[in-house]
Design a protein around this ligand. Structure first.
Ligand code: G
Ligand code: G
Ligand code: MN
Length: 533
């Protein structure tokens, strides 16, 4: 017996295993990617905020110097002892300043925080502008150290200035530079580094910095040193012509960017297992034959075929056996043995037989109308006889099909002559439905049930008919079946009648009806109507 199963070419766990591995890998990759992206942003933000805090630190210093210069413009004009005392006390408070000084409206350096300059040294005149100015770089002659000049024009058009030590800036920047590529104070207009710690380099190509820089900027690109670097540039607020620039090579910036959380190593296999289980369940669901049967029922893919049964004597049509076919969308017309076992196994056979019978009632109506005793044989299994609602269905259908006959195999009769089956059979026969024993004679077992159960038709198995003219023993069995049937007043049907010789012999033996390819194969309803109406 064939079993109706879709047998996958691969072991059942291969596809779920591959798919769950793929899904898990994708999810893990997405997680890692997201984490890396997040951490990269975090590290870039760290560098950006370092640039911002450095700029704000420098702003604070410049602002303090500016305030001191504003304060000093009232104190240095005469450069007497009091003035010098005051100026020097201010100098003491600002270790980054090497010197304060005054230049007269005519451009003469008259007084510094060191001493009164006498005679005054002629320098350039102060420009007629407000606010803090910066001049850079400037070398303090007596120290031969670079400095930056921070200066303001004062009320009498003279100038007060402070010399900011570049070495102090360098130290400060060095203190703030860790493993960074470089940190620099650059000219916002040109990008020229004024104070630098590290190897200076700038991005090239379409992501190059746009000078002048007047707002905080970041970029990550190939730099002119041939390396991939990230740079954050932050202009100063007090002195916008200066910017803080911090840059780091991306290989260093993003080093050890992803360190998986401990839960990661638990979650990934967990997810894999979960998706594997889910997919295995899904696969077993969709490859389960019952799933396809249910779908076929929904799509009305089961149809009825009808094999005529004719009278042995007159060859006239007495009735039909209803046979189920599956009009499969891909596999074509499927025979019952390919799906009935699974339909029984999954109990779907109940619904399928009910619908089969309803179809038969509609399709055979013209035959029944013309010939009220028109036999309609349907095959039922043990499941139907053990199910009260199926029995109810048969009894109800009898209104439309008066000569309804249920074919039951010998196996059902023998293995399950339980009281439940007996009760069902009695209910059915009391309602006027007849019982036929299908494939009769193949069991060779006790025939007691013929007396105890309400059977009215015997269908001799086609193997007996096939043996006509070839096998003497089987012919004797067939003879015995006919005699037994006559004694028990049972109707007899011969199945599988293929030749004229068989038909003649069966008629002579006293078989009541015949069914087989000689008379007609099983036919769809349209052909049945065309041939017999
Ligand atoms: O028509 P075919 O030779 O393929 O039928 C083979 C067997 O399948 C039949 O002898 C019958 O026992 C079984 N069969 C056919 N149709 C039905 C059906 O509707 N219900 C059940 N239970 N068995 C059927
Ligand atoms: O339920 P049962 O086994 O009686 O169903 C009869 C089945 O036998 C039909 O489904 C059909 O496929 C098959 N059949 C019908 N007529 C013949 C026939 O003349 N010869 C053979 N070998 N099989 C037949
Ligand atoms: Mn049958």
């Amino acid at each position: 017996m064939f079993r109706f199963t879709y047998r996958p070419a691969l072991k059942p766990y291969v596809i779920p295993a591959l798919l769950s591995t793929l899904i898990t890998a994708l999810v893990a990759a997405a997680f890692v990617y997201e984490r890396i992206d997040h951490n990269k942003n975090l590290r870039r933000a760290t560098l950006e905020s370092l640039a911002a805090s450095t700029a704000s630190w420098l702003d604070n210093n410049i602002s303090r110097i500016n305030h001191t210069l504003i304060d000093l413009q009232h104190h240095g004009q005469s450069c007497n002892a009091d003035d010098l005392y005051y100026i020097r006390s201010q100098l003491f408070a600002l270790p980054q300043i090497a010197e304060f000084g005054y230049i007269s409206p005519t451009g003469r350096l008259r007084c510094t925080s060191w001493q009164e300059v006498s005679p005054p040294i002629q320098v350039s005149k102060a420009p007629n502008s407000f606010g803090l100015r910066m001049m850079w770089p400037f070398t303090v002659e007596f120290m031969e150290k670079p400095a930056a000049v921070l200066s303001r024009t004062i009320r009498d058009n003279g100038e007060v200035y402070a010399l900011l030590r570049i070495s102090w800036l360098k130290d400060q920047i060095r203190g703030r530079t860790s493993q960074l590529g470089y940190m620099a104070i650059i000219d916002s207009d040109t990008g020229v580094p004024l104070v630098l710690n590290g190897q200076y380099s700038l991005p090239v190509g379409e992501k190059a910095l746009n000078f002048p820089i007047d707002y905080p900027t970041t970029t990550e690109h190939m730099f002119d040193n041939g390396r991939q670097q990230f740079i954050a540039v932050q202009p100063l607020l007090t002195m916008p012509q200066l910017s803080i620039a911090i840059s780091e090579e991306t290989v260093l910036l993003y080093k050890n960017i992803f360190s998986p959380p401990p839960l990661f190593f638990l979650a990934v296999p967990g997810l894999g297992l979960l998706t594997f289980m889910l997919l295995s369940w899904l696969q077993s669901f969709i490859t389960h034959p019952a799933h396809w049967l249910r779908r076929a029922i929904r799509q009305n893919e089961f149809i009825n075929y009808y094999q005529p049964m004719v009278s042995s004597d007159t060859q006239t049509l007495k009735g039909v056996e209803v046979l189920m076919r599956w009009q499969h969308p891909l596999e074509g017309l499927k025979l019952p043995q390919t799906f009935i076992p699974e339909a029984e196994h999954s109990n779907l056979i109940k619904q399928m037989t009910k619908e089969q019978l309803e179809r038969a009632a509609i399709e055979l109506a013209p035959f029944i109308k013309r010939q009220p005793g028109f036999l309609v044989h349907i095959n039922v299994s043990t499941i139907h006889l053990l199910d009260t609602s199926s029995v109810d269905t048969f009894i109800t259908m009898q209104e439309k099909i008066p000569a309804l006959v249920l074919e039951v195999t010998e196996g059902t009769m023998l293995d399950h002559s339980s009281t439940d089956i007996k009760t069902s059979l009695l209910r059915l026969t009391q309602a006027g439905i007849r019982i036929a024993v299908d494939d009769f004679g193949t069991g060779y077992c006790g025939l007691n049930y013929l007396q105890s159960l309400p059977v009215s038709i015997l269908k001799a198995d086609k193997s007996f008919i096939a043996s006509i003219g070839t096998d003497a023993v089987n012919i004797d069995v067939l003879d015995t079946i006919v005699i037994l049937a006559k004694r028990l007043r049972l109707l007899t049907v011969a199945e599988g009648v293929e030749t004229q010789e068989q038909a003649e012999k069966l008629r002579a033996m006293g078989i009541d009806m015949q069914q087989g390819w000689l008379h007609s194969p099983a036919l769809p309803i349209n052909t049945l109507r065309y041939n017999y109406l």
